[in-house]
Write a protein that binds this ligand. Structure first.
Ligand code: OGA
Ligand code: MN
Length: 301
């Protein structure tokens, strides 16, 4: 196979110590030619997080760029999306305009994004990668609001041997219904959504198909900490220990959005979380598309 080459006029700059790259000079307002799509796929595979800096693009263009990475998921609940179910509205502004009130269920549910997670891990086949396009970024004086990523290859490899042995055969429960468990004031989950998305369990250690079997930690903090095979208390203690572990700055990259950024990340080997910001003072608007995974999570043998 031919090696994808850096497109003319495009520059790539490493961002973090172990993953992440910034792409400048790629104009996503124009159609993405096949060799550029191949280069984007290859670059994501090597860097796991890309930030393409550019101008704000419309939904059609975002769909086209997203499709370079594979077929898209549709979001389970319409109230969390924009007009089309392929766009998760990551914003404190309603799609129809107007800032959301602090108790707006659509804003409350986004609090969950402030806990380490990997997108759509509540599915039996979790997502491959996500694309988050920043439409309105926070002004310079606003604190917080960055999106932070943590490298699950490094996190796994830095675990004590005994912990690696202990978690090898364990699964964690990932549950779409966690919004309501954490925030009981939210309206109940639609029974049809509950039925379509029952809690799923995935191996705590996964093997990355593109990485020659390299192992990584696969977990989430935005669920109820149940670990199959462990008692509830023991599961919670392990969960808390892993959450502390993945938060270490040495694994992490903190990205402050600029309007026009297109952030792409590999959900199979990174966790991410949004950092809190003052949603009553500042507007923060992005839309996310999510590329489907191609099979259940493979654990080590
Ligand atoms: C997401 C997400 C975090 C943020 O869009 O999937 O988790 O910073 N966002 O808003
Ligand atoms: Mn997310």
């Amino acid at each position: 196979m031919e090696m994808p080459v850096l497109p003319a006029g495009v520059a790539l700059r490493a961002l973090g110590p172990s993953f992440g790259a910034e792409v400048v000079g790629l104009d996503l307002r124009r159609p993405v030619a096949a060799p550029v799509a191949a280069w984007l796929r290859d670059t994501l595979q090597r860097h796991h997080f890309l930030c393409v800096r550019g101008e704000v693009i419309d939904e059609e263009r975002q769909l086209e760029v997203s499709a370079c990475f594979g077929p898209l998921e549709t979001f389970p609940e319409q109230r969390k999306t924009r007009a089309r179910a392929t766009f998760y509205n990551v914003a404190n502004v309603a799609p129809e305009g107007g800032t959301m009130a602090p108790d707006d269920p659509r804003l409350v549910a986004q609090k969950l994004n402030e806990l380490w997670h990997t997108d759509s891990s509540y599915r039996f086949v979790p997502s491959r990668c996500s694309l988050l396009h920043a439409i309105e970024a926070l002004p310079g004086e606003a604190e917080g609001g960055e999106t932070e990523f943590s490298d699950m290859f490094l996190a796994y490899e830095a675990l004590p041997d005994a912990t690696r042995r202990r978690i090898k055969a364990l699964h964690m429960v990932h549950d779409y219904g966690f919004d309501q468990r954490l925030f009981p004031a939210l309206p109940p989950l639609d029974p049809a959504v509950r039925e379509a998305f029952p809690p799923a369990s995935h191996p705590l250690v996964r093997v990355h198909p593109d990485r020659g079997g390299r192992r990584s930690l696969f977990m989430t903090a935005n669920t109820g900490a149940e670990v199959s095979g462990l008692g509830l208390e023991e599961g919670r203690a392990l969960h808390a220990e892993l959450v502390r572990h993945v938060s270490q700055p040495g694994f992490c990259l903190r990205h402050r959005w600029r309007a026009g950024d297109l952030m792409v990340w590999d959900n199979r080997c990174l966790l991410h979380r949004g950092r809190p910001y003052d949603a009553t003072r500042f507007r923060r608007v992005a839309r996310r598309t999510t590329v489907a995974g191609d099979g259940p999570v493979a654990g080590p043998r």
